[in-house]
Design a protein around this ligand. Structure first.
Ligand SMILES: Cc1ncc(COP(=O)(O)O)c(C=O)c1O
Length: 253
């Protein structure tokens, strides 16, 4: 079944008027076995206006189809990960090639160093001695960066701004953190995006110099002129490292 094309986000179109009986049926099924009916909060039905498509069956380029067969232009593209769109010919061909050679070996694969070299060459701040450690999730990458900062500085406190995953070390900085040991809250603080005064206050709090200041360079809005430079200046003056979590921004700043 094909209908006219609708845009998923950010433009809210009249999709509320489209029927989604299959999406709704799948949601009820998923709610019985998955918290919130999805494996990440950003995909939960409650994040979208009523009547939005909830389950996708396939995609091609920038287009996706929901479980009820409606076609959409997907402005989100895999929560931002699929910058080349769905089923890109070259990407898929490389994946198929690798599948025919096997996956997940018991020793490093020859591609690992090759990809690491390309990343070091592509990321300016990696510098000539930059090294790469591949991890499986953004939460792990953030936790690894924090651990390195603690080792390098010999300090423990971390100041956060933005979202940095679901692991205890970061979640302790959120006002509510059920299940996270309270002792961890004493090792973290937070500050507000585009607000250097909030960073100054967080740096002064407790009189304990932090190991690192971690932030998403952009949140729902771009960083204001001089904000990122100001963060670097304040953090470095306190002897702290700055960690840009580029999980979403992808080295655009
Ligand atoms: C900026 C940022 N950092 C870290 C994470 C955590 O990544 P993951 O869900 O892969 O653990 C996310 C996830 O949305 C994120 O947006």
């Amino acid at each position: 079944m094909r209908h006219s094309v609708h845009v998923v986000l950010p433009v809210l179109v009249s999709s509320a008027m489209i029927a989604h009986p299959e999406c709704n049926r799948l949601l009820q099924r998923a709610l019985l076995v998955s918290p919130g009916g999805a494996q990440t909060m950003s995909k939960r039905a409650e994040r979208f206006p009523a009547g939005y498509p909830l389950f996708l069956t396939h995609g091609s380029g920038v287009r996706v189809w929901c479980a009820d067969g409606h076609e959409y232009v997907d402005w989100i593209c895999g929560l931002g990960a699929l910058t080349l769109g769905y089923c890109h010919r070259d990407v898929d061909a490389a994946v198929f090639r690798q599948l025919s050679d096997g996956v997940s070996y018991s020793l490093p694969h020859t591609l690992e160093a090759e990809v690491a070299e390309q990343l070091v060459a592509t990321i300016p701040c990696a510098g000539p001695d930059g090294m790469v450690r591949f991890v499986k999730t953004g939460s792990e990458a953030c936790a690894a960066a924090v651990r390195i900062a603690r080792i390098v500085t010999g300090r423990e406190r971390i100041l956060y701004c933005g979202y940095h995953g679901w692991l205890d070390g970061y979640v302790a900085s959120r006002p509510e953190h059920p299940g996270v040991p309270e002792v961890l809250a004493g090792l973290v603080g937070s500050f507000v995006h585009n607000d250097l005064n909030s960073l100054r206050a967080a740096l002064d709090a407790y009189g304990i110099a932090p190991a690192a200041v971690m932030l998403e360079p952009a949140l729902n809005s771009h960083p204001e002129p001089d904000f990122l430079e100001g963060v670097l200046k304040l953090a470095h003056a306190a002897g702290a490292l700055v960690i840009f979590d580029e999980m979403v921004t992808g080295f655009r700043w």
